[in-house]
Ligand binder design. Structure first.
Ligand code: ATP
Ligand code: MG
Length: 403
């Protein structure tokens, strides 16, 4: 039998909602492990307990690292309430570690079974002693040790030992913060914006504006694969492809180049507003970062934003590009975002867009567009596909078959 204890982190502050948060987290764990085996999950007030039989611990560890709402977790090893067994298990656990020069350790014991022969102090001393004998180079440090061995003695279940603690993603369980629509391009920023919001408990659907034949099928697939990476941290994600060609062409025809970017963004937001209603979502999420490009100055963002009253979440607004890139590497979107396929904004991008567009001027220019009809036409022709974490690998397999 394998066991593991999960600590929730922030959801412990959520009072009344606590139960439903824990339930969501347990469901998510169950979903992400269902291809392996049926894991027994026990929800306690301060921690969650996982019990299973066959799957190697390392495999479960990798999965738990991708689930929002977990602050840390540790594999637990159970032996009988017998000092020799406890000592042997302790040594066995240290053997699995790579101990480096200068490493220190401590033993922390807890005892809910007061009938156990050893009190916590003598248990710590006894076990600490055999570890010190086996690893004379490793000193004891009670304040900031490199390795902490925890031993807890329970009434019914015996002695539980744990040595390695893994950091979880943090954040809140997926879906506990409501639903948002992520504007997903093929760039570096928007997938990371999506990741940040997923981590914060927001259920997301991905919306991509494409302009075939100006944009390629590869550009569309690139965005789907980015969605697949995000699904690894979430659940399967609805991918919504919005046909944007007619609108781009209409803008190209009637709006002077330097204003086209602003008008195009306003059209996107108008469509997003409609989609929020259709998909029953409550916020728009973008990858905007203050000052990064012409459309992301405060003046531009205000003019673009003024077509909607819906909240627009911009988790990257204060994040530098190099930090975004670092996150992209960590999250696993970097290589895909780095592919060269152009999206609709790059294809139609004017050479020098206005960084300070005037609202009045933009509204005047928009009078020559049939905004209502264009928006309705786009919304009526969206295509929806559900993309899961396996999408990438299945695409790769199909591709390999072709070779
Ligand atoms: P990204 O790296 O996410 O593409 P960016 O730095 O290239 O961002 P812009 O191209 O100005 O910035 O886009 C700003 C935001 O608008 C993006 O982060 C994304 O949320 C949204 N967006 C841009 N193009 C599209 C598109 N084709 N479909 C959906 N959303 C888009
Ligand atoms: Mg972009």
């Amino acid at each position: 039998m394998h066991q593991l204890v999960i600590h929730y982190g922030e959801l412990s502050t959520k009072g009344r909602n606590r139960k439903s948060f824990q339930q969501r987290l347990a469901e998510h764990i169950r979903l992400q492990t269902k291809h392996l085996e049926n894991i027994k999950i026990t929800v306690n007030h301060d921690f969650m307990h996982l019990l299973w039989e066959h799957t190697p611990v390392a495999e479960i560890v990798e999965i738990l690292k991708t689930i929002p709402g977990i602050s840390r977790f540790e594999p637990v090893h159970r032996v009988e309430k017998d000092l020799e067994q406890i000592k042997n298990k302790a040594l066995e656990l240290f053997e699995e570690l790579t101990i480096k020069e200068g490493d220190t350790f401590r033993v922390v014991a807890k005892r809910s079974d007061k009938s156990f022969k050893y009190d916590t102090i003598s248990l710590q001393r006894e076990v600490g002693h055999v570890i010190g004998e086996r690893y004379p180079e490793m000193g004891v440090d009670l304040r900031r040790p490199t390795h902490t061995l925890s031993i807890s003695i329970h009434q019914n279940t015996g002695a539980n030992l744990s040595l390695v603690s893994y950091q979880g993603l943090g954040g809140l369980p997926y879906g506990t913060s409501g639903k948002g629509l992520l504007m997903l391009s093929g760039g570096f920023d928007s997938p990371i914006a999506g990741y940040q919001m997923i981590k914060r408990g927001l259920e997301i659907e991905a919306v991509h504006f494409s302009s075939p034949p100006y944009t390629s099928p590869q550009a569309l697939d690139k965005t789907k694969r980015l969605t697949s990476v995000l699904a690894k941290y979430a659940k399967p994600i609805h991918f919504i492809n919005v046909p944007f060609t007619k609108i781009q062409e209409a803008i190209k025809e009637t709006v002077p180049d330097e204003y086209s970017m602003t008008v195009m963004r306003r059209m996107m937001i108008r469509i997003m507003d409609q989609l929020l209603i259709e998909r029953q979502a409550e916020a728009i999420v973008t990858g905007e970062s203050l000052g990064q490009v012409a459309s992301q100055t405060l003046t531009s963002m205000n003019v673009i934003n003024s077509v909607t009253h819906s909240p627009v979440l911009r988790p990257l607004i204060a994040v530098d590009k190099n930090e975004i890139i670092e996150l992209a590497e960590k999250v696993g979107t970097y290589d895909i975002s780095n592919e060269p396929y152009e999206d609709c904004c790059t294809v139609f991008a004017p050479s020098s867009p206005k960084t300070k567009p005037r609202q009045g001027k933009i509204e005047f220019l928009e009078e020559s567009l049939d905004i209502e009809a264009l928006v309705q036409d786009a919304v009526q022709n969206i295509e929806i596909e559900v993309i899961d974490a396996q999408y990438i690998t299945s695409q790769q397999a199909e591709f390999d078959d072709l070779l």
